[in-house]
Design a protein around this ligand. Sequence first.
Ligand code: NAP
Length: 309
Amino acid sequence: MKVALVGIGKIAVDQHVPAITNSPDWELAATVSRHGSVDGVEAFTDLGELLETRPEIRVISLCLPPVPRFAYAMQALQAGRHVMLEKPPGATLAECHALEAAAKAAGLTLYATWHSREADMVPAAKAWLADKVLKKLTVTWKEDVRRWHPGQDWIWEPGGLGVFDPGINALSIVTEILPHDIHVTDAVLEVPENRQTPIAAQIGFHHPQGADVSATFDWRQDGDQIWEIEAITDGGTLRLSGGGAQMEIDGQPSGEAAALDGEYPRLYDRMSALVQKGGSDVDLRPMTLVADAYTLGRRDTVAAFHEDG
Ligand code: NAP
């Protein structure tokens, strides 16, 4: 299948291009980007022009930041194309509902991807938790924003999500592996005095069986980067680390330590299957938790953030 990539920035170059190039199912047929391109691939700067001149490209994969994504996605759906969305699937929940309705009405596939759910140990963690009683779940997602988001001003602007940009990855795993849905009860959002979005957040959740569920996200992490979820249950303690790439049960490694390089190939496999069989996959639970944290969260103003230190 031919696919066009829109928004040739960090994630397109790091993950989408290699995943497409190495897949037997996909051909990178064109790009749309105002500044970026991929060697040997026809480059457009305007999505409308691509949709008009390349009708045989049936799938559009959007790697833009969340705020511009809705307009591009709707334009592609209205032109009869299947659409794959980077996470988060939009800037607001209402946008995502509108895209879902448009895709359904047109009989097109809309896939709201959550790459962290494709990390190696997520299915094993889900299976292990399925018959346990959860007592406590703690999410710790701490990374250095300067290292992972250099020069990305949009993450500090309204709709850019701030520390929830990585935090929503943790929530995509939590909503996948827990057998019961959770919801936000309280949150503290630490917002730098010169920015619009949080640099850190602490969130409390309601769990239907009364488990103590909480998350800490922080972008001011020096040294070791931490992407961990610990679940204490009646049958032992599970620890997912490395963003879902490694799992331990009661301190014992479970399975081979894996890298995260299978995530994007699995997303494209899933998109291929969805297009072939028809239908969409739009799970908005991670985004609902983030939206509710913004609604309920107390804002604490913290020291200004300057990228150059
Ligand atoms: P990025 O490099 O800052 O932006 C991607 C591209 O989008 C840019 O190169 C730009 O291309 C285009 N763009 C930016 N602002 C735009 C606007 N207002 N209108 C139209 N096009 C615009 O961002 P990224 O890191 O790749 O992230 C993109 C998405 O992927 C985000 O939702 C992010 O959460 C997700 N993601 C990122 C990572 C990561 O490691 N960075 C990992 C997983 C998922 P042109 O200027 O050439 O048009």
